[in-house]
Design a protein around this ligand. Structure first.
Ligand code: ADP
Length: 403
């Protein structure tokens, strides 16, 4: 090795050292992945870098972070393990250098169609934490020349630091969330405990017994809902949620949601209205996730409504957004609570008296909508009602067409 290349190599390792220190300073997964990507492109003199995370159960890789693509575009991109270069890296746990991916049989060309980015040269390394492959770090299109063994060594070193940092951030999140969950589980668990004690009393009237059993059923339903909502939030926060983005028509989805809540709407004697603008454009979104958001908002609009009140769902196009509005005539939310509404487990004091809930619905909804590059806003007047608006960007369907 020449003295010159030795000193640049040394410089790169010094830079890597700095980056590694920087990586340990954040536990926010998104920020972390973003930093890893930029560091990788920078260290290897590449045009762009991507991080794909591996889902062992589904045998799929999905793009989790890229330095050159927008998040909503990248979200839907799934790469099969058995027919892609990244998949080969996962299965063989080895780095790969390719000078011309177009000539490589393993190249998964569908992505280029989605992104309009052509990959010429490429270097990819496995991300391995605690002996398990958790993903792949790739750099594409070297700015000068081809990727070298030195590039591989540096990227492998970055990859091993990055994998540990990703794993730590995930674990930290889990323990943080678990502490919150444990706290929230205390109340229903102690109610169950009290109920169980009551049932052992011989002098309990049969009417009282029925009430206690009904209370047990309510609490267990609530526990079940809370744990599944908790899993959703924890997956969303740790970047383990997969978004199956496709081109969808909103109208059938809105109608399906309306029919799913119609029983509860009738039960509460609510007046239901739906207004959908004609000729709505299609959007690129994960249908099930958007359905989850709408059902959350509708269920709140029902739960926190007054008996014989109204619910209105409307959809319009404004600029580059589709806006779905859900308005109720319920108890409303005082200004002082507004800034906390989307926090995990947050419930307004008065809500507890009106209806059961986990305080996770809005947190989940907001994260899902933001993952679609949208936003949710809320306006409310105490005693009059609340309006939630979901803004979803209209993305160019051509980007997602399969042909
Ligand atoms: P929950 O399971 O408690 O309904 P959410 O996260 O869906 O949890 O909502 C958080 C809190 O926001 C609720 O507990 C309630 O206090 C308030 N809230 C949400 N939607 C409405 C609404 N339509 N009207 C009044 N209050 C609402």
């Amino acid at each position: 090795m020449s003295k010159d290349s030795q000193s640049t190599l040394l410089e790169r390792y010094l830079r890597l050292n700095e980056i590694s220190l920087d990586l340990t300073s954040t536990l926010d997964i998104k920020t972390l992945l973003n930093r890893i990507g930029h560091a990788a492109a920078d260290l290897c003199n590449a045009q762009a870098a991507s991080i794909l995370l591996y889902d062992e159960n589904k045998q799929q890789l999905h793009f989790e972070s890229t330095t050159n693509l927008d998040e909503p575009l990248m979200r839907g991109l799934i790469v099969p393990v058995d027919s892609s270069i990244a998949g080969w890296i996962v299965l063989n746990r080895e780095p790969v250098i390719i000078d011309d991916t177009q000539k490589d049989a393993r190249h998964y060309s569908k992505i280029a169609k989605f992104t309009n980015v052509t990959t010429n040269s490429m270097l990819g390394v496995p991300l391995i934490a605690k002996g398990k492959v958790i993903g792949v770090l790739e750099v594409i299109n070297r700015i000068e020349g081809n990727f070298s063994e030195d590039d591989t060594d540096v990227l492998m070193a970055l990859g091993s630091q990055a994998a540990v940092a990703i794993e730590n951030a995930r674990l930290f999140h889990q323990s943080d969330l678990i502490a919150e969950l444990v706290h929230e589980l205390r109340t229903p668990l102690s109610s169950l405990n009290t109920a169980a004690h009551l049932l052992t009393r011989a002098d309990l009237s049969s009417k009282r017994q029925e009430q206690v059993i009904a209370a047990i059923q309510t609490e267990t339903t609530r526990l079940t809902e809370m744990t599944s909502a908790f899993l959703d939030v924890s997956r969303l926060e740790s970047g383990r949620t997969q978004f199956n983005t496709e081109i969808i028509d909103l109208v059938p989805l809105l109608e399906e949601c309306a029919s799913l809540v119609s029983g509860k709407v009738d039960e509460k004697g609510l007046d239901w209205r739906m207004e959908i603008q004609d000729n709505l454009p299609q959007i690129a979104a994960d249908k099930d996730k958007i359905k989850q958001v709408l059902l959350n908002l509708l269920s709140n609009a029902i739960k926190y409504n007054r008996p014989d009140g109204n619910i209105m769902m409307s959809v319009i196009v404004e600029g580059n957004d589709i806006i779905i509005t859900i308005r109720d005539t319920g108890m409303g939310i005082s200004e002082v609570y507004m800034e906390h509404l989307f926090e995990k487990f947050y419930r307004v004091e008065t809500a507890e008296k009106q209806a059961p809930g986990s305080g996770l619905g809005l947190a989940i909804s907001q994260r899902i909508v933001e993952a679609h590059n949208g936003r949710i806003d809320v306006h409310s007047e105490v005693g009059v009602g609340t309006t939630f608006r979901v803004y979803l960007p209209i993305m160019l369907p051509e980007l997602y067409s399969n042909d």
